[in-house]
Design a protein around this ligand. Sequence first.
Ligand SMILES: Cc1ncc(COP(=O)(O)O)c(C=O)c1O
Length: 355
Amino acid sequence: MYPRLKIDLAKYKHNVESVTALCGAHGISVMAVTKVFCGDQRLVDVLNATDVAYIADSRLDNLERIRTGKPKVLLRLPSVNEIERVVRIADISLNSEWTTLKALDGVAGSLQMKHGVVLMIDIGDLREGIYYKENVMEMVKGIIDLRHLTLSGLGTNLTCFGGIIPEENTLKKLIDVKRMIEATLNVRIPLVSGGNSSHLHLLHKGHHMPDIDNLRIGEALILGRETAFGDPLEGMYQDVVTLEADLIEVKHKPSIPEGEVGMDAFGRKPHFENLGLMKRGILALGRQDVDYQELKPCDEHIRLIGSSSDHIIVDLTHTDADYSVGDRVDFTLTYGSLLRLMTSPYVRKTYVDKV
Ligand SMILES: Cc1ncc(COP(=O)(O)O)c(C=O)c1O
């Protein structure tokens, strides 16, 4: 049944092992991030059989379903309205708010549990974390005094929001905070989680930042690329997951609609170029499943024309293959398309495990 995602477990395993080896060579442990594939258990089982140290996800629902013997980490800051679920489901969470930390401590105490905290420091990307120039020390002291929380470490996130590239000058801000805490409070910070897949470009160039001993990696494992510049990582697979869709109509038609043009299904006025008569195909998936502009046809002579909620229209005029109804068209994916397709209940999954 189409559309479906073909997920190659052996290629995923290869990528995971490549990243853990690269990180391991620099003394860095890996939190494998499962959110882009909604915590799919078949992929988690691959992670379970590797050296990744933690399983991390931004959604509690995913973490709750995931079966693993490794510690579970909640990546998105907990909502103060679901603290009990956080403590029950996650071993560790990333945090930046005192109100939330107090609530976590209270609930952990009443459940007679301990909960680990990675305190997030914002070093300029301007998403989560205490801004590094603010009074981090007060918060750290406060966490240490809370009886049911353990300070698992410090963390920072770069690139995802502000597009900031991990560089030595930027990461030094995090390292300075860590060293200041250790010197002032005479404590040891067990873990410094220095970022995500965008950090890997530094390791590839052989630049290891001292004190950083953990990374939270999602995209590099499944798309085989670092995310500071979007470059493929040498020796890794970029096609762990491919999309297979089938043609439900193939016809020769003009390239511009006929009649007065109003709004399309999404309220926009469409514009088309006159390219003469075309061989056009319709694929059985649409905007409800994916943004068509985030798809890359494996047959590079296929052009994507547009999409409505349940249909993607393709131009088959210039391909050598003689596509007809029922034929399959394959695509490689971007992070955005993978995320949407994995989340769509209408897109099936099939698994292969041979390279
Ligand atoms: C806090 C945090 N850390 C790490 C990641 C993983 O990022 P990437 O998929 O670029 O490795 C994400 C996003 O998924 C995140 O939100």
